[in-house]
Design a protein around this ligand. Structure first.
Ligand code: CP
Length: 330
């Protein structure tokens, strides 16, 4: 099914990627192309155009080897909105438990006709590994502590939607930077688009030499509040921590949690983001999470548009490659 809207849309010039592994590999124009495509999908959705035919006849596999609510659901819905068929793979109920390898599992799913795979895995580099063994387009939905590109894209999209151009904006990433793939992808994306980035948290949760990525470091949230336009509150990743990185959750919330008192001392129009899931009462109080500065639910809505844009652009590249091959071109 191809609608007249699909015919109007074409791959942005210069978009040539078949995989989305991280924002480290994308330049500012490519990041902007995804944001603009997502904005176009959001505009169409507002006009009631919620079903497009762009991925009709395509099978998209959701391969999640770690739990997910937002990413898995929105990739699933994004694929359906583009008329793809989707396949959900649940690691716990698979033949992995019989000893089948990660790559063999993915190759078998590809053999059933799946040409786009959304992959979440606890090992950094797992999606990249698949690009070496499969022909399918691979989309990284979070690989260990490495990258979570679509999360950063939806964070940046939400900031751009509310505050315009990223150039010169000060964005603070607060919390567990050490274990956060969201922080890494945000740093790459925000810096490429010209934002000033401050990472803030206990010294034990800030990676050594993170300044080399072009960010500033603070260990005192109260010091940076007055200069911060957008604050992204990262979850303490207890599941990835092998030892105690701070004395108590109560102390962490006292020093680094966003609460009403800090909102009153922050810039009047500070934008509060959080990738979710949020630990209410730890990195953010319920009043701030549900308050007027919060765009946490907007982020989730925008995640759908970003994932539609990523699937669409990668699919367009694959189609172009096939077309060139069929014409015998180089
Ligand atoms: N932010 C995020 O990746 O959420 P899920 O783990 O629920 O997908």
């Amino acid at each position: 099914m191809t609608t007249s809207l699909d015919k109007e849309m074409s791959t942005p010039r210069g978009w040539t990627k078949r995989h989305l592994l991280g924002l480290q590999q994308l330049d500012a124009d490519e990041i902007t192309a995804i944001l603009d495509q997502a904005a176009e999908f959001k505009r169409l959705a507002a006009e009631g155009e919620t079903k497009l035919g762009a991925l009709s006849g395509t099978y998209v596999g959701n391969l999640f080897f770690e739990p997910s609510t937002r990413t898995k659901t929105s990739f699933n819905l994004a694929a359906k909105r583009l008329s793809a068929d989707t396949i959900d793979f649940t690691a716990a109920a698979s033949s992995l438990s019989k000893g089948e390898s990660f790559v063999d599992t993915a190759r078998n799913i590809e053999a059933m006709g799946v040409s786009m795979m959304v992959v979440r895995h606890s090992s950094p580099g797992a999606p990249q590994l698949l690009t070496q063994h499969l022909n399918a387009s691979i989309l990284n939905a979070g690989d260990g502590t490495h990258e979570h590109p679509t999360q950063a894209l939806l964070d940046i999209f939400t900031i751009r939607e509310h505050r315009g151009d990223l150039k010169g904006k000060t964005v603070a990433l607060v919390g567990d930077i050490l274990h956060s793939r969201v922080a890494r992808s945000n740093i790459w994306g925000l810096k490429k688009l010209g934002a000033r980035v401050i990472v803030c948290g206990p010294a034990t949760l800030i990676p050594e030499q993170v300044e080399k990525l072009g960010v500033e470091v603070s260990h005192n949230l109260d010091d940076i509040l007055s200069e911060t336009d957008c604050i992204n509150l990262l979850r303490i990743q207890f599941e990835r921590q092998r030892s105690a990185f701070f004395p108590s959750i109560r102390e962490y919330a006292h020093l680094f949690g966003m609460n009403g008192s800090r909102i009153r001392r922050a810039k009047k129009d500070i934008l509060v983001l959080a990738p979710g899931p949020i630990n209410r009462g730890v990195e953010i109080t319920p009043a701030v999470a549900d308050g007027p500065h919060s765009v946490i639910i907007d982020q989730v809505t925008n995640g759908l548009m970003i994932r539609m844009a990523c699937l669409y652009l990668l699919h367009q590249t694959s189609q172009n490659v096939l077309q060139v091959a069929a014409q015998g071109g180089s």
